[in-house]
Design a protein around this ligand. Structure first.
Ligand SMILES: C[S@@+](CC[C@H](N)C(=O)[O-])C[C@H]1O[C@@H](n2cnc3c(N)ncnc32)[C@H](O)[C@@H]1O
Length: 354
């Protein structure tokens, strides 16, 4: 029996743990959530309004504080202080307000506070990492930045690709790997599905890197790797504005988490249109609990994405709402892969139901 691959989650969890520390210090010293909740529980929306937080930062900040065990949802669904969280208020004596205050001027904490209060950076004229839209020139269209950002994801994608390929449907037909980056998920899936074909869709500068990586993959000496190239098309384009090719399977890997909710809804509808009847949309990502109170690996990751992209981590329920609004039928299944990522899917009905 082959040995299961080592899960590299401890590395990604430690990498992202600084996000949780900063959220904690921000909450005690800059966005006074503990002070407000001393006076009693509040709904997430009321608390966000009270603190001046818009929807996206609120959906990052409060789940992170729950995962850190400082806040919790009470049986009425309102946010409340936990016994630990009370030690971050002045009414509890003694408390750790002063002690955590030693770090309150850490530059990372101050920068995160500003981003939370402003729902992202004030100046976005230089574009946003991993995002190409009409708001600003994209780093994904700058040769040097696109290469750097794409290669930064290469090790992660290459390591995850075998497990993802194993858990995706094994079938013939056409896979559209949208916003594919390196394309590793596609190359690996084609290797285990020798009659299937695929489109790797991304920005032109990203695809230059993807083609180089396919060249290396193809020369790996693995059985069947040499002929994968003949079954892949590279399609440069803009997934927001260009027509997408028809597909039996669409893979959206680490895609939705770069975008705000309204773009996720728009993209899901676009993907649903590109699917052939009976086709399936597969999402590979980390997910918040539907109860929005963790897990810590996902809330830390969400803070990192919030600071660097236009998105955040969403729950499976949020994804499934987008799926059903787009006429797709969600499955209840969840397939963990590695590094706190999971696969979920939805199917386009064979026949349109009027
Ligand atoms: C976080 S990366 C994910 C890459 C890959 N799916 C993975 O999991 O490794 C997001 C990708 O979305 C691509 N992207 C961003 N905006 C896009 C757009 N409007 N059209 C096509 N691709 C886009 C970026 O170029 C980048 O490769």
């Amino acid at each position: 029996m082959p040995t299961p691959p080592l899960d590299l989650a401890p590395i990604t969890r430690h990498l992202r743990a600084m996000a949780g520390s900063r959220i904690l210090i921000t909450a005690v010293h800059h966005i006074p959530v503990f002070q407000v909740l001393q006076n009693g529980p509040k709904s997430l929306a009321d608390l966000a309004q009270h603190l001046g937080l818009k929807e996206r930062p609120a959906m990052v900040f409060f789940p992170a504080l729950c995962a850190l065990e400082m806040l919790a949802f009470n049986p009425e669904g309102n946010l409340t202080l936990t016994p630990l969280g009370r030690y971050l208020t002045q009414t509890q004596q003694p408390n750790l307000v002063g002690y955590t205050g030693l770090e309150k001027n850490d530059p990372g904490v101050l920068a995160l506070t500003e981003l939370l209060m402003n729902d992202g950076p004030k100046d976005t004229t230089n574009g946003v990492t991993y995002v190409k839209d009409d708001d600003a020139p994209s780093p994904m269209d700058d040769p040097e930045a696109a290469r750097f950002l794409t290669l930064a994801l290469a090790g992660r994608a290459e390591y995850l690709a075998r497990v993802v390929a194993e858990k995706l449907p094994q079938r013939n037909g056409h896979l559209l790997d949208v916003a594919a980056g390196t394309g590793f998920y596609t190359y690996e899936w084609l290797l285990s599905n020798p009659k299937a074909t695929a489109t790797v869709f991304d920005r032109p500068e990203v695809l230059k890197v993807a083609k180089e990586l396919l060249d290396i993959f193809r020369k790996s000496g693995r059985n069947g790797a040499a002929e994968v190239r003949q079954r892949v098309s590279f399609m440069p384009g803009d997934m927001l504005t260009d027509e997408l090719p028809a597909a039996d399977l669409i893979l959206a890997a680490s895609l939705f988490h770069d975008w705000p909710t309204k773009t996720c809804i728009y993209l899901t509808q676009k993907f649903a249109r590109a699917l052939k009847p009976g086709g399936e949309l597969w999402v590979h990502d980390a997910f918040l609990h539907d109860s929005l109170d963790g897990p810590l690996a996902a809330t830390d990751y969400s803070v990192m994405l919030f600071t660097g992209t236009k998105g955040r981590i969403y729950s499976r329920q949020e994804h499934r709402e987008w799926f059903s609004q787009a006429g797709l039928i969600s499955t209840a299944e969840n397939f963990p892969t590695l590094m706190d990522y999971n696969l979920i899917s939805a199917r386009k009905p064979e026949y349109r139901i009027f």
